[in-house]
Ligand binder design. Structure first.
Ligand code: PLP
Ligand code: TYF
Length: 404
């Protein structure tokens, strides 16, 4: 019956993870997938999340279905997190919020809404997270790329980006990474966000923010700059949020889709259509993870504990960026090539979030994997959160070798 079904080629990132798992070499290092591990190479359960879990078990209230749109407290808390206490849009009623299965779920739901009720087109950054293209393409949106990363300067092609916005038809959606751009780690400055928002507003575009790394850049408030600036502009926009990384709850599938509408009446209709999409796909989100997130965010003591743990994760990633840069410098000093023959590693310290976009070619990434058991994406994306005090010197040595 299914002779005609083609084989799935596999997701490039998840397939690399499988290859890593099957690799028998004890010295192997996983810098492919975007997962934070501690200095012992383990995936942490945050103490704040564990405390919330213990409370949830102690107060066991049964396992009812959640509403289609998710838990009310969870939805209120995610909005308070991204907007900050006291923000007018916490009570304006113009935001339609749905608890989703991670940001992946929020992107898919938002993408489907845009196909049905929006322009049917979305532009994504060049480059972007590979799954943006698969996911929006599968929904049936027309996808194009806007200029973003400049390999020559390891910075942003901001003028080209703005110029591209001015070519888009009114209503076109634009996927933007709210902070800690995946894969490049190159973000807009607040002034650039302001200019971009003004351009998108003048053009009548629909911004769609993807926020998978809130708190992994410059802190919770600074990382929310784009959301708050868009909210202040009064524009209609989408925001898909993830707690996978910043609460280390990957498999719990905790996210949210927020649609900032023109007014409460419109938000009510948008929420209704989102609920229809949810009802016809999975009916309601899972209970457990969202309970933990809502508890951490609403209990002041747990929230403070979480903020501290988030900061510690950031400090560890920063320390690993620095350690890798120092190890490379030491190797290059020792072999007399001075900066690896003019190769700048400033990017290691400048790029934000979990990833470093190294400039490694696909062939060099293959060599790292084959010769050293070091797994990075073939785009050259390296997850700094997989570096540890134990493996960083080994990784530096391997990088220097494939770069030589
Ligand atoms: N968006 C971006 C840019 C990501 O990097 C990721 C995860 O790596 C996601 C969305 C999806 O994360 P999740 O579905 O776990 O929330
Ligand atoms: O490393 C990345 O960019 C992601 C990670 O269900 C990921 O692709 C893996 C599984 C998943 C969501 C995101």
């Amino acid at each position: 019956m299914f002779e005609h079904v083609p084989a799935f080629a596999g997701d490039p990132i998840l397939s690399l993870m499988e290859t890593y798992k099957a690799d028998p070499r004890p010295e192997k290092v996983n810098l492919g997938i975007g997962i934070y591990s501690d200095d012992d190479g383990r995936l942490p359960v945050l103490d704040s999340v564990l405390a919330a879990q213990q409370q949830a078990i102690a107060q066991q209230k049964g396992k009812p279905y959640l509403p289609m749109e998710g838990d009310a407290q969870y939805r209120a808390e995610v909005l308070r997190l991204v907007l900050g206490d006291g923000h007018a849009d916490l009570t304006s009623g113009r935001v339609a919020t749905v608890q989703t299965l991670g940001s992946s779920g929020g992107l898919k739901l938002g993408g489907e809404f845009i196909r049905r009720w929006g322009s049917g087109r979305i532009d994504v950054s060049d480059p972007t997270w590979e799954n943006h293209v698969s996911l929006f393409g599968d929904v049936g949106l027309a996808i194009a790329a806007y200029p973003y990363y400049d390999a020559a300067t390891q910075g942003l092609r901001f003028d080209n980006l703005l110029a591209h916005m001015n070519t888009l038809p009114s209503g076109a959606a634009v996927l933007l990474h709210a902070c800690c751009h995946n894969p490049t780690g190159v973000d807009l400055t607040p002034a650039q966000w302001d200019a971009l928002i003004a351009t998108m507003q003048a053009r009548g575009l629909l911004p769609f923010l993807d926020m998978a790394y809130l708190g992994f850049g410059d802190g919770l408030d600074a990382d929310a700059y784009a959301v708050r600036a868009l909210a202040a502009s009064g524009m209609t926009f989408f925001l898909s949020l993830s707690f996978s990384k910043n609460m280390s709850v990957y498999g719990e599938r905790c996210g949210a889709l927020m649609v900032f509408c023109a007014n409460p009446e419109e938000a009510g209709r948008v929420l209704g259509q989102l609920k229809f999409l949810v009802r016809t796909q999975y009916s309601s989100p899972p209970l457990h993870g969202g309970q933990l997130v809502a508890q951490v965010l609403s209990d002041p003591a747990l929230r403070a504990q979480w903020v501290g743990e988030l900061q510690a994760m950031c400090e560890r990633m920063q320390a690993m960026r620095l350690a890798l840069a120092r190890e490379l410098q030491a190797i290059w000093t020792e072999d007399g090539t001075q900066n690896g023959g003019g190769r700048s590693i400033d990017f290691l310290l400048q790029q934000k979030g979990m990833f470093s976009y190294t400039g490694l070619s696909a062939g060099q990434a293959d060599r790292l994997r084959e010769e050293f058991g070091i797994y990075v994406l073939r785009s050259g994306r390296l997850c700094v959160a997989g570096l540890t005090t134990r493996n960083v010197a080994y990784v530096a040595r391997a990088l220097a070798t494939v770069w030589a």
